[in-house]
Design a protein around this ligand. Structure first.
Ligand code: ZN
Ligand code: ZN
Length: 110
């Protein structure tokens, strides 16, 4: 099996940022700015077996004992939830601020 390393870039379908898919040699599947992802994986991160391709919304941040901060994504099309590792340049703080403002104002999740 040959592994071909390629630099992939995608345009975030939610906020329009251009996102490098490879960071520090590991694969990323979500936008560092708005943390939205796309439903491309079915059983686990990186398998790309899903045919859904729905936009996945970050619904909360969890802390995992071994893996650190995890983003929990929910697919807007099929409602599937997936956990993803965060990347060093993810704007987690911005997400948490937006979430806490939303909760403080009593606005339901969009
Ligand atoms: Zn984005
Ligand atoms: Zn889906």
């Amino acid at each position: 099996m040959t592994f071909i390393a390629r630099q992939e870039v995608f345009i975030c379908e939610h906020c329009g940022a251009s996102v490098d898919l490879l960071i520090n040699g590991s694969y990323r599947n979500h936008c560092p700015k708005c943390l939205y992802s796309k439903h491309v994986d079915e059983a686990g991160p990186g398998d790309r077996k899903s045919l859904c391709l729905g936009l996945m919304k970050p619904i909360r941040i969890d802390q995992h004992a071994k893996k650190g901060w995890m983003i929990v994504h929910q697919c807007l099309l099929c409602q599937k939830e997936m956990r993803n590792r965060t990347a060093p340049d993810d704007e987690i703080v911005g997400f948490m601020q937006r979430e806490s403002e939303r909760i403080a104002k009593g606005i339901p999740p969009a």
